[in-house]
Design a protein around this ligand. Structure first.
Ligand code: SF4
Ligand code: SF4
Ligand code: SF4
Ligand code: FES
Length: 518
């Protein structure tokens, strides 16, 4: 047996154990990308660096064996920096979008490609569930949103963007799902002041998280500017009423006709565990709330919406006037995260956003690759004009135009996970010329996107081990080496037996399962 120290704790391991495995035995996880539990170490990614305490030298923990008396540190500033640099180098050649640009462009951060896939498959109810994770008022926004997502759509650069807004609208119109999956009651009570788009969304997301929400508004009916400032032809009242009704049905107590004043606000402070101010642009009299305010409105943290007073949050136009209702609806969702973090005493950080690799504009050659998973053709237009919205058939046809720009490995990719953890800068080692994206999709269960490959060799070694006739191999030399199927064969020839194992072993989304994110 070998005795060594890891982070000042002694451990005994069998001879031949790598430092990484020894650390794992102690419950210390070291980031790694080119390891696989069925394969010998390969030492290519260099994200697993640790430090020899005796001489301060860094070494890759996956390939160095534990020796008697070795003392290892697995985490300090220098180690962090070296891992960060290793990841930035891997990203310097990496071309891919983690989340689709439309999702990043949406102020409510809606999972648009997933919605599109479900619509294309005719699954409107499931699509509604996806939409309502981020947007509490889809039928309303489907009529009035200025659609910054469509502006960001990759298809726009070479063709016409997907009609995301109209797709969301039909999903909202068609669905009747009320989230009554009775979450565990938290015993917490929150009052939301103002029942416009921001307040309605905040009420909805807190209520479905098990908080008892009281929603008050000076007007008898909820809706705020949605009710008073938008033409009935654009947003019919019955559409607004239906979506408000769905929110109230989750258990929100709505009290209309309740004008807020200093006395009532003080009462709320005593009675409720948290207060959300969503009164719209009534910063005419912010002194009611006694909070710090600037010329544009109440001052709150941009990410968490905390105001100058504990347990009081502010969202929507009361912070800064905006004509984009989707921004307010998005803030309603985000503030719910902050309030829950406040209740759980986790430290208030707001809605978690994680690292996103982005490559920028899609070029014409790449469009030819992306279209392989989509259909040709211009936008589908509603037969009876824009106000009428899509029929289901039209919606299905339009959703099929989506290019599926999101990475299928988004939830498993180690490159994304570690890039987030080590706060990497994707641009640090970027060269000016980026490689064009190619997609190999002609396999039953997996897709290969070479520009997401980090050349870890796991696929090469796995296909060798399991006796694939062609398998994967290294093609080219030096810096230009790429991974591919020998003799330019099709992906199907390379992966006849162990496609799923290889996709699961690939540390990035270079080889991914087709069924992921469906
Ligand atoms: S491979 Fe990973 S880092 Fe790259 S786009 Fe996919 S999820 Fe993002
Ligand atoms: S083509 Fe689809 S996934 Fe890509 S940006 Fe447009 S809507 Fe989003
Ligand atoms: S394609 Fe192969 S070499 Fe490239 S990252 Fe995936 S497993 Fe590694
Ligand atoms: S070099 Fe150790 S995990 Fe990649």
């Amino acid at each position: 047996m070998i005795t060594l120290k890891i982070n000042n704790k002694q451990i005994e391991v069998e001879e031949g154990t790598s430092v990484m495995k020894a650390a794992q035995q102690m419950g210390v996880e070291i980031p790694n990308m080119c390891t696989h539990n069925e394969l010998e170490h390969f030492t290519s990614c260099m994200v697993c660096m640790v430090k020899d305490q005796s001489n301060g030298k860094l070494f890759p923990s996956c390939s160095v064996e534990a020796t008697n008396g070795l003392e290892v540190v697995t985490d300090d500033d220098e180690i962090k920096e070296s891992r960060q640099t290793a990841l930035e180098l891997l990203l310097s050649e990496h071309v891919g979008d983690c989340e689709a640009p439309c999702q990043i462009g949406c102020p409510a951060h809606m999972d648009i490609p997933k919605m599109n896939r479900l619509i294309a498959a005719g699954k409107f109810d499931e699509a509604l569930k996806v939409v309502k994770k981020d947007i509490a008022l889809p039928a309303v926004l489907g009529r009035i949103c200025s659609a910054p997502c469509e502006n960001a759509c990759h298809r726009k650069t070479v063709d016409e963007p997907i009609s995301i807004c109209l797709l969301k609208r039909i999903v909202g119109d068609d669905g009747n799902t009320v989230d009554l999956n009775s979450p565990n009651p938290t015993g917490k009570k929150v009052v939301v002041i103002g029942a416009g788009p921001a307040g309605l969304a905040a009420a909805y997301y807190l209520q479905i998280k098990g908080v008892q929400v009281t929603l008050v508004d000076k007007n008898k009916k909820a809706g705020g500017l949605l009710r008073t400032a938008i033409d009935d032809e654009i947003l019919p009242k019955n559409v607004l009423d239906k979506e408000i009704d769905l929110i109230v049905k989750t258990g929100v107590e709505f009290r209309g006709g309740e004008e807020i004043n200093t006395e009532l606000f003080e009462l709320f402070k005593n009675k409720f565990d948290a207060i959300i101010i969503a009164t719209g642009a009534i910063s005419e009299n912010p002194e009611i709330f006694g909070l710090k305010a600037g010329p544009k409105g109440i001052i709150a943290d941009r990410n968490t919406y905390e105001t100058s007073e504990e347990k009081i949050f502010a969202i929507g136009n009361v912070l800064r006037s905006s004509r984009m209702a989707v921004r307010s609806v998005g803030q309603g969702k985000e503030v719910a995260f902050s309030v829950m973090q406040f209740f759980n005493k986790q430290g208030i950080k707001g809605d978690p956003r994680i690292f996103n690799s982005r490559f920028g504009r899609l070029v014409a050659d790449e469009f030819a690759e992306y279209i392989k998973e989509s259909v040709e053709g211009q936008r589908v237009l509603p037969e009876n004009g824009g106000y009428s919205g899509f029929s289901k058939e039209e919606a299905i046809a339009e959703a099929k135009r989506c290019l599926h720009c999101d990475c299928r490995a988004i939830d498993e990719c180690k490159l994304r996970e570690y890039s987030d953890q080590y706060n990497v800068n994707q641009r640090r080692f970027k060269t000016s010329q980026r490689r064009n994206i190619t997609k190999q999709i002609n396999h039953g269960s997996v897709i290969y996107e070479p520009q997401k490959c980090i050349r870890c060799g796991i696929c090469v070694r796995l296909t060798e081990k399991y006796g694939e006739e062609f398998g994967f191999t290294y093609i080219g030399r030096g810096f230009d080496v790429e991974i591919g199927i020998p003799f330019d064969e099709e992906l199907e020839k390379g992966l006849t037996k162990i496609a799923v194992k290889v996709a699961e072993g690939c540390p990035t989304g270079a080889i991914s399962l087709k069924k992921n994110r469906e």
